[in-house]
Design a protein around this ligand. Structure first.
Ligand SMILES: *[C@@H]1O[C@H](CO)[C@@H](O)[C@H](O)[C@H]1NC(C)=O
Ligand SMILES: *[C@@H]1O[C@H](CO)[C@@H](O)[C@H](O)[C@H]1NC(C)=O
Ligand SMILES: *[C@@H]1O[C@H](CO)[C@@H](O)[C@H](O)[C@H]1NC(C)=O
Ligand SMILES: *[C@@H]1O[C@H](CO)[C@@H](O)[C@H](O)[C@H]1NC(C)=O
Ligand SMILES: *[C@@H]1O[C@H](CO)[C@@H](O)[C@H](O)[C@H]1NC(C)=O
Ligand SMILES: *[C@@H]1O[C@H](CO)[C@@H](O)[C@H](O)[C@H]1NC(C)=O
Ligand SMILES: *[C@@H]1O[C@H](CO)[C@@H](O)[C@H](O)[C@H]1NC(C)=O
Length: 443
């Protein structure tokens, strides 16, 4: 190796070494500045302690300056010139900061959103060693609200998670306390504030919750998604009406069956006749009329939702006939029974009058069963609570039973009082007989 080439090598290695040194210095400086920079997020109203010296870094503070910097302004907060001097605090910050001269820390009290920005501490005029804290002041989130825009089975449903106050940074959804199931077709909007269910089913029923959060606070709220199998309330009314009509008709049918058996077994003498029979017929026909009217209304509601059909129209016509005949019969019997004979003259009229009530009961029972089955089937597609028909059935049955029994009770009482009257009458006659002779004597 020639000395010339050796000199060249030495120069090259010197260059490389100096470059390496430069790199080391730069990277070290970068490390220091990174260490001296801090990002903090705090809530409005809280207090923040800003530290001037990096951790484990000790130096004698001869001068320290705290500054506030944002995109538009730079402002002094504190100037401090070593022990024995008072820190000079800017007017704007006088009652809001506490400066600790021992370690140069600054306590910023009751921070507001306008305090967003960078706080820089320069120690002993050394800008490189200055420590910076970038402060983000956030409003704590207000209570979250979860809204559901539809509860109809098969329709698109949108759940929206809203927070009125504060900046939301993340939203997390849960169903029944667990993260959203992956295999479902739930879709989230870009910022996660909306949850779409393209075609909601019974399986989507449950408790949905959203947890809106930012760095300083979070708010969780939940709502129950209850899908309705039947939406129009008219169908719910139809269900109630046909249930009640069914109860009345069943009592009527059972009552007539029982009555028929009793009639057959009883002797000719004890047969129900006269006034009792009249009121029984009136109430029976009245009840048939009421249940037919209920059924008519329910059928109209059903037709309104499910469309017109020939069978339904025919059914409505038959029901109208039942309503008219039973109403006519009970009114005529109640007000002017003597006119009934007029209707009973022709055999045709007799048939019409006699078949109206049993025919009505059959019509009502059949269609009520059909309607309640169908509506309940619709209802089961959802998860809203089913209509509990027990109470309605019991009440309707009890009332119709009472109505049917009323004539018997009334008849029984009347008979009793008649007997009493008769007895009293005989008594009086006897007394009069006793008295008479005396009166004659006195004469
Ligand atoms: C910068 O700070 C000043 C003083 O606090 C404030 O009035 C101003 O709105 C701030 N500017 C921005 C962009 O935050
Ligand atoms: C600075 O001193 C104050 C008061 O003595 C103390 O509360 C604070 O924690 C100190 N800060 C650091 C970074 O040690
Ligand atoms: C402070 O920063 C937050 C988040 O970027 C922002 O919402 C808020 O408006 C800022 N406040 C001011 C006064 O600039
Ligand atoms: C609910 O929101 C979805 C999605 O935005 C929409 O398609 C649907 O029509 C809404 N339903 C109601 C009843 O507003
Ligand atoms: C999220 O996006 C929706 C529109 O997709 C918007 O209406 C809503 O305000 C946004 N919410 C937030 C917290 O940004
Ligand atoms: C809500 O989200 C925040 C932030 O992710 C989390 O700290 C918190 O525990 C969550 N709350 C619940 C009830 O899951
Ligand atoms: C949801 O339903 C459950 C059980 O029915 C009930 O305990 C809970 O309080 C409901 N939640 C809301 C937000 O209504």
């Amino acid at each position: 190796m020639s000395p010339a080439s050796a000199g060249l090598l030495g120069r090259m290695s010197y260059r490389m070494m100096s470059r390496c040194l430069m790199l080391l210095v730069v990277s070290n400086w970068a490390l220091k500045t990174v260490e001296a920079q801090e990002h903090r997020t705090v809530g409005v109203g809280s207090s923040v302690l800003l530290t001037a010296l990096p951790i484990h870094y000790k130096t004698v503070i001869k001068h320290i300056q705290w500054e506030y910097i944002n995109s538009t302004t730079t402002a002094n907060i504190v100037d401090y010139y070593g022990t024995g001097t008072e820190p000079i605090i800017a007017k704007r910050y006088e009652d809001r900061v506490i400066f600790y001269s021992s370690n140069g820390s600054l306590l910023l009290k009751n921070v507001q959103e306008t305090d967003n920005g960078t706080y820089r501490a320069t120690i002993n005029l050394n800008k490189i060693k200055a420590r910076q804290t970038t402060l983000l002041v956030l409003e704590p989130l207000s209570k979250a609200q979860l809204q559901i825009n539809s509860t109809v089975v098969g329709s698109p449903v949108e759940l929206s998670c809203k927070v009125l106050v504060g900046k939301v940074q993340a939203i997390e959804w849960k169903k029944d306390g667990k993260p959203l199931p992956r295999n479902t077709c739930y879709q989230l909007s870009e910022n996660f504030s909306l949850l779409y269910i393209p075609e909601a089913q019974k399986s989507d029923c449950g408790s949905f919750s959203c947890n809106a959060s930012n760095d300083i606070s979070w708010q969780e709220t939940a709502a129950n998604l209850t899908m309705e199998g039947i939406v129009p309330s008219s169908l719910k009314h139809a269900l109630k009406m046909s249930t009640v009509a069914l109860a009345i008709s069943t009592i009527l049918a059972a009552g007539s069956g029982l009555g028929f058996i009793i009639l057959c077994c009883q002797s000719e003498k004890k047969k129900i006749t006269g006034e009792l029979w009249r009121w029984l017929v009136i109430f029976t026909h009245g009840l048939v009329c009421v249940s037919a009217i209920l059924m008519f209304t329910a059928a109209v509601f059903w037709m309104w939702e499910e469309g017109l059909s020939t069978a339904l129209v025919l059914y409505l016509i038959f029901l109208t006939w039942v309503i008219m005949v039973t109403l006519l019969l009970s009114v005529v019997l109640a007000i002017c029974p003597q006119h009934l004979g007029m209707f009973k003259k022709k055999i045709m009229y007799r048939v019409i009058l006699d078949t109206a009530a049993p025919g009505g009961v059959i019509l009502v029972v059949l269609f009520a069963i059909f309607l309640t089955q169908n509506i309940q089937h619709l209802q089961r597609k959802g998860c809203s609570p089913l209509f509990d028909s027990t109470a309605a059935i019991l009440i309707a049955a009890a009332i119709s039973l009472l109505i049917l029994l009323a004539p018997f009770v009334w008849y029984h009482r009347k008979k009793k009082s008649q007997e009493k009257d008769q007895q009293e009458g005989q008594h009086v006659e006897l007394q009069e007989l006793n008295v008479d002779p005396q009166a004659k004597n006195q004469d």
